[in-house]
Write a protein that binds this ligand. Structure first.
Ligand SMILES: Cc1cc2nc3c(=O)[nH]c(=O)nc-3n(C[C@H](O)[C@H](O)[C@H](O)COP(=O)(O)OP(=O)(O)OC[C@H]3O[C@@H](n4cnc5c(N)ncnc54)[C@H](O)[C@@H]3O)c2cc1C
Length: 414
């Protein structure tokens, strides 16, 4: 018998997925966000819901790649030089987490977490009456050089070893699958069982609207801090006043570590800022998300046109956007598509909540009773959100989780 309530901080795709699963379990839920649901990072991603994405961002060769990326004006990675001293400890941990043994451990954890991600979203989308927003059209990852394709052979082997169907395509097969692409691609990886959403913002909004229909109380406020008692936090302090707490879930995306630190659970979280350009009338459609390996960006045809999304920039949570990075996506678009109309392109920036080991935090607090964390999903937060909601509901309800949640603990760096 459920008796109590849960306050969730953050109404991005992770927070609203937690809300739906907790409501399904019978909890009373309060969702607090400074902004309307789904208007921050969860608004502008590339839409991929990709169970086969199990390879962490770091790796044994990453230290050699970083200087090359930084010196390339179209490169996928940028650091604002003034921010370098602040991000350096995170980057060092990121490189450390790229050892062969760490990568094996991380990919096993991601494989277990991501296995049921499309079913997880279809279940919530059905509940929210937006099943049309989820599609199963696969994922295409294209390569311009033999070298880059060969370098990813281990990553392909890992995906296959976890049961994912991964095909290798040549130039002709790529053109048959996506005729809009320029003939510059020599190889591709084709994952037919991957999925995507055609509108990440609308999906998040729909989950939030369903949560409210199921009785969730949405509070529009900024969370400032907590009143801590011997049995854990008793109150939450917000820009509109204080609320009493029973259970608490922090799902505040890239901003989560500011709150977890106040609760006695510090965690090395960084914002990996990413950009998108939305092309309302590109002149063609693609059928599934396409990832451009050497250029490290993706494109997806969505309800509002063709979205170009990607790049990583370390500049912290406060720095203004560098729109030059979004403009670079347009340069790429002209090179990777045969012909593309970029008229009316609309730009956007978001903050990926990134952990050094590419594993999210899905965990009970190590410091406080009745406090839980659901953040740090980095490049794969849409993918991992629905299943994270399921695991958080298990933790809050004291049910055994369906996978081993140890790799996702908040105190794993202590
Ligand atoms: C360019 C780009 C492309 C991407 N492509 C993909 C993709 O194809 N597939 C995929 O799976 N993932 C992708 N991602 C990653 C994905 O978008 C994120 O991992 C995901 O959106 C994170 O969701 P979230 O709910 O944790 O964070 P958010 O959506 O940022 O939500 C956090 C919420 O917390 C609120 N908040 C924070 N602090 C406070 C506070 N103190 N008080 C009140 N509210 C607070 C914020 O206002 C916000 O609404 C991409 C990201 C980017 C940037």
């Amino acid at each position: 018998m459920i008796d109590g309530h849960v306050t969730i901080v953050g109404a991005g795709i992770v927070g609203v997925s937690c809300a739906l699963h907790l409501l399904k379990d019978g909890w009373k839920v309060r969702l607090i966000d400074e902004y309307p649901p789904g208007t921050q990072t969860s608004y502008g991603n590339a839409g991929a819901i990709s169970p086969q994405s199990i390879n962490p961002m770091s790796g044994p060769g990453v230290i050699k790649q970083i200087p090359k990326w930084l010196l390339d004006p179209l490169g996928p990675l940028a650091v604002r030089w003034g921010y370098l001293p602040k991000v350096a400890p995170w980057l060092i941990q990121f490189v450390r987490d790229g050892s062969a043994s760490r990568i094996t451990h991380q990919s096993e954890a991601l494989a277990a977490l991501h296995k049921p991600v499309i079913d997880g979203h279809e279940e919530l989308a059905e509940l929210a009456n937006v099943k049309h927003l989820i599609q199963r059209q696969g994922w295409l990852s294209v390569y311009e050089t033999d070298k880059a394709f060969a370098a990813d052979s281990l990553a392909r082997a890992r995906m296959r070893s976890h049961g994912h169907e991964i095909h290798e395509l040549n130039a002709d097969e790529i053109t048959q699958l996506e005729p809009g692409l320029s003939p510059i691609f020599k190889h591709a990886t084709w994952a037919p069982n991957s999925g995507h959403t055609v509108n990440p913002g609308a999906l998040t909004e729909a989950y939030a609207a369903q949560a409210i229909r199921m009785g969730c109380d949405f509070v529009s406020a900024k969370v400032l801090g907590f009143v801590l008692g011997p049995e854990g936090p008793t109150n939450i302090q917000t820009s509109i006043g204080e609320f009493n707490l029973d259970h608490l879930v922090i799902a505040a995306g890239a901003w989560s570590a500011r709150l977890s630190k106040q609760l006695g659970d510090p965690f090395p979280l960084e914002s990996e800022r990413g950009y998108h350009m939305m092309l309302p009338t590109p002149g063609f459609t693609t059928r599934r998300p396409i990832s451009f390996n050497e250029r490290k960006f993706m494109t997806t045809t969505m309800e509002g046109g063709l979205r170009l999304a990607g790049t990583v920039e370390f500049a912290g949570l406060e720095a203004p956007p560098n729109w030059g990075r979004a403009e670079k996506l347009l340069t790429h678009a002209h090179q990777v598509f045969r012909e593309v109309d970029v008229k009316g392109a609309a730009r956007w920036m978001g903050q990926r909540p990134a952990t050094p080991d590419s594993l999210p935090v899905i965990s009970a607090s190590a410091a406080q009773k009745k406090v839980f964390y659901a953040f740090g999903h980095g490049h794969l937060g849409l993918t991992g959100s629905a299943v994270t909601g399921q695991h958080i509901a298990s933790l809050v309800s004291h049910r055994n989780a369906t996978i081993d949640l140890k790799p996702f603990r908040i105190d794993r760096y202590r």
